[in-house]
Design a protein around this ligand. Structure first.
Ligand SMILES: [Zn+2]
Length: 84
């Protein structure tokens, strides 16, 4: 393999693909601590590549923890993040 190959999505996890605005909408409604952070977007989004998988996991975990009901998950599934 060489470095010229394009990156592709093999699969996506819903909890890592929810729009930031949707996670925050749910967090505000449920009183999740994410809603009271000074910069909640920074808790959810990696603007630059991170070194390996582990630094991404807290961002996915916080998005998942804001989902409290089946309706939250249904709402989130309706607003997947757009591909870059
Ligand atoms: Zn996976």
């Amino acid at each position: 393999m060489n470095g010229a190959l394009p990156l592709i999505d093999l699969h996506r996890h819903l909890e890592g693909s929810i729009r930031t605005s949707t996670v925050l909408e749910i967090a505000r409604r449920t009183g999740h601590p994410l809603a009271s952070l000074a910069d909640p977007r920074a808790a959810l989004v990696a603007d630059e590549p991170l070194p390996g998988l582990l630094p991404y996991l807290p961002k996915v975990d916080v998005a998942e923890s804001a989902q409290t009901t089946e309706q939250d998950w249904a709402r989130s599934a309706q607003s997947p993040r757009e591909s870059r």
